[in-house]
Design a protein. Sequence first.
Length: 298
Amino acid sequence: MLTRRHLFTGSGAFAALAALPALAHDKLRVLATFSILANFVRNVGGDRVDVAALVGPNSDAHVYAPAPADARKVADAKVVITNGLGFEGWMNRLVRASGSKAMIIVATTGISVRRAAGGHGHGDADPHAWQSAANASVYVANIRDGLVTADPAGADAYQAHAAAYLARLDALDAEVKQAVATIPADRRRVISTHDAFGYFQQAYGIEFIAPQSVSTETEPSARDVARIITQIKREKIPAVFLENITDPRLMQRIAQETGARIGGKLYSDALTEANGEAPTYIEMMRHNIRQIATALMI
Ligand code: ZN
């Protein structure tokens, strides 16, 4: 006797299912460690991927403490995308604990690593490589190649999406350079909270000075803060900036003590929610250079 079950496993039913659009659970499940990487993945993966970020909008990945639910997300992912360069110090343990078999893509592979000025000679690797649009192109190429390997059937789509997005990143790079060119050369100097804009400085020639190091794990010392205050006064640095992932009080105090203005908020290590000022990487970079240019032109 034919049961309901038999009907649904017949070849006719399979053909009907195959004609349906891809369901969420058919998509390539990709987990990015933080919001900026997830945005790159969305641009390359399009509707073939289902992407989530462990560290969400306006959150600090340096000091993130994974929750038990995060281990499940890692275990469920087919592809995991990390920044590397010590940015997500908690990630290796989380991957081990999850028992994940996911393919791991380190998005900074092949990048020319900046070393931050440090007390131990060589300095720590600066993980904030995405702060130059040219580096973002390296991230995108690594993500594209990883997705092609993980899901060869999507190769054409990933190649096409990546090519279109890489063209937009090239245009963004040129746009930032043009904006910097409008700022008088002797004013291209700003203060941010933590040392997150070293690659931006290398790429675009705006000098960033920060009381806090390349990681937010250690608080700036009183000596570091005093040194910055002296420098701002001596060099008449016009503006200091808040960051979306750090406590604003330090910068407010520095502004008060030096007379420098608060030039606005920069997005360093995380995007905003969709209705915020920097919901995508490209909008983040545009917002940042607009804030900087406006503050330095006054
Ligand atoms: Zn950072």
